[in-house]
Design a protein around this ligand. Structure first.
Ligand SMILES: Cc1cc2nc3c(=O)[nH]c(=O)nc-3n(C[C@H](O)[C@H](O)[C@H](O)COP(=O)(O)OP(=O)(O)OC[C@H]3O[C@@H](n4cnc5c(N)ncnc54)[C@H](O)[C@@H]3O)c2cc1C
Length: 462
């Protein structure tokens, strides 16, 4: 959608835009739904407002934002819910004295954090131009519990992956940059967090479309003026002397769409299939692996929960050494301050992550039962029957940026540099978050729009 909007803004006036979507609906990983009559997101729930692109898009489209009413999350560590320690960079502590660390880590690991600062390495921790996994960087300086109980839960919350498989350059770029200069990881994390927060009320970190993410998508579709064709997969992409030809629709009833320029804003596998004949190097994007997950949203009678209601906070992450199936849970009614939730506690739990998808082979009923069992453990007693439940499965939900991802994307893009009317966008390349996807789509739309303008000015094709 962002690519379509950028083309609409920047391509020659009158440019016709066709948006071909394989699914019967727009939005991809954005999908607003309902549980017990309450609007809830069944996919991406919120976006960073400190990265301005998504909030700016919403403002342009006159979509009002809401911000979480409660920010603080907890972390489930083996047998208790502890507040998530402050002052970390993606879970890497930047201050050995930060409140909460001692509650999450065993005493020896806690002590090792303070000791690490006093034992600087001989060289900076990350050589310039080298990538490694976040886990490898952290384990090179700190005990494994820091990975299991802090880094994995936080990275898992964003990427549904593990620290040992994710590139530090992509998933924690500020930490990677600081690690190029620093000889202590704790010092690098402190530098990356930007030090203590300035005085005054904190600015909101996250926002969401007040009436749901689906409204944001529909508003963008309308503003782009695109001819939206749903339920039609793009099956082939072919070069023509002066543009492109796309084969769309079912194998039995294929149709051909001719275009001057194309933006491919699809996940890595379909992108690789479409690029295979054009450039085997570009098709290397297909090597990006994806994590699958399911989100289970439950409406529970709040007063009947153990303790008479949800625990405080916006939800909890789960340490990897705790043995729960649930990887994270959001207390939606509490986090978003649902004014009309009344006696309902609405909880959204995620299960499944990269390399740990066994639970996803079970049917919905089983998945819900496992989630209820885990929530009973965390809440400290048996749960009342759910009033309503939804299960949303996201097969291939989140790309896993392995070490070397940036180089791979650079190779892919440079292999296509000779085609200025073809651009790639989306989470496979430039970041999974909604602001990053908006940025990526805008850049892709701008690339092809500028080329269309250039061609028009040079009289190309006349
Ligand atoms: C469960 C979940 C929760 C998330 N939560 C958050 C969050 O809270 N905040 C946040 O910032 N990010 C979140 N993310 C990440 C973010 O939502 C995604 O990374 C982002 O929306 C991806 O956008 P995209 O346009 O790159 O891809 P997608 O949303 O995957 O869109 C790609 C589209 O291409 C279509 N398509 C695929 N193949 C073809 C084809 N051959 N022809 C035509 N169409 C095709 C698909 O149907 C789809 O609509 C979450 C992701 C998931 C899965």
């Amino acid at each position: 959608m962002s690519a379509a909007l950028a083309v609409r803004r920047q391509a020659p006036p009158g440019t016709a835009i066709t948006l071909v979507e394989q699914a019967g609906r727009l939005g991809g990983k954005l999908l607003t739904g309902e549980v017990a009559g309450h609007r809830v997101e069944r996919g991406a729930e919120t976006f960073l407002v400190r990265q301005p692109e998504a909030a700016a898009l919403a403002a342009d489209l006159k979509i009002a934002l809401v911000h979480p009413a409660v920010g603080a999350a907890g972390v489930w560590v083996r047998d208790r819910l502890a507040p998530l320690p402050a002052g970390t960079m993606m879970g890497v502590p930047g201050d050995p004295a930060a409140p909460g660390l001692a509650e999450v880590l065993p005493p020896a690991a806690f002590a090792a954090i303070a000791a690490e600062v006093g034992q600087p390495a001989k060289e900076p921790l990350l050589p310039a131009g080298v990538d490694m996994s976040v886990g490898a960087l952290v384990r090179s300086r700190l005990p494994g519990e820091v990975v299991d109980r802090l880094v994995d839960p936080l990275l898992g919350g964003v990427y549904a992956g593990r620290a040992d498989g994710l590139s530090v350059r992509v998933t924690a770029p500020a930490l990677a940059a600081a690690a190029e200069r620093e000889r202590s990881l704790v010092a690098a994390a402190r530098a990356a967090t930007g030090g203590p927060r300035p005085a005054g009320p904190p600015a909101p970190v996250f926002g969401a479309a007040e009436t749901g993410m689906t409204d944001l998508i529909e508003a963008a579709a309308q503003a782009s003026g695109a001819d939206v064709r749903r339920g039609l997969p793009v099956r082939e992409l072919r070069r023509r002397p002066r543009g492109w030809e796309l084969v769309i629709g079912s194998a039995r009833d294929p149709r051909v769409l001719v275009a001057d320029a194309v933006v491919l804003a699809v996940p890595a596998s379909p992108a690789a299939r479409l690029l295979a004949d054009l450039s085997p190097v570009a098709a290397e994007i297909g090597a990006v692996e994806y994590a699958s997950m399911a989100l289970v949203t439950l409406a529970l009678p709040a007063g009947d929960l153990p303790g008479g209601g949800l625990p405080a906070g916006s939800g909890f992450l789960v340490s990897t050494d705790s043995g729960l199936v649930v990887k994270a849970a959001t207390f939606m009614s509490q986090k978003w301050g649902f004014a009309d939730a009344g006696e309902l506690a609405i909880v959204r739990a995620s299960v499944g992550r990269f390399g740990d998808a066994e639970v996803l082979r079970r049917d919905d009923e089983d998945v819900v039962r496992l989630v209820l069992d885990d929530l009973a453990t965390v809440f400290g007693g048996p749960l009342p029957a759910a009033i309503d439940t939804t299960v949303t499965r996201w097969g291939g939900g989140l790309p896993q940026y392995a070490p070397g991802h940036l180089d791979r994307v650079a190779r892919v893009r440079s292999a296509l540099a000779e085609y200025p009317t073809l651009a790639l966008a989306g989470a496979a390349y430039d970041g999974v978050g909604i602001p990053a996807c908006v940025r990526s789509g805008t850049a892709a739309g701008t690339r092809v729009a500028e080329e269309l303008v250039r061609r028009q000015q040079s009289g190309y094709g006349r």
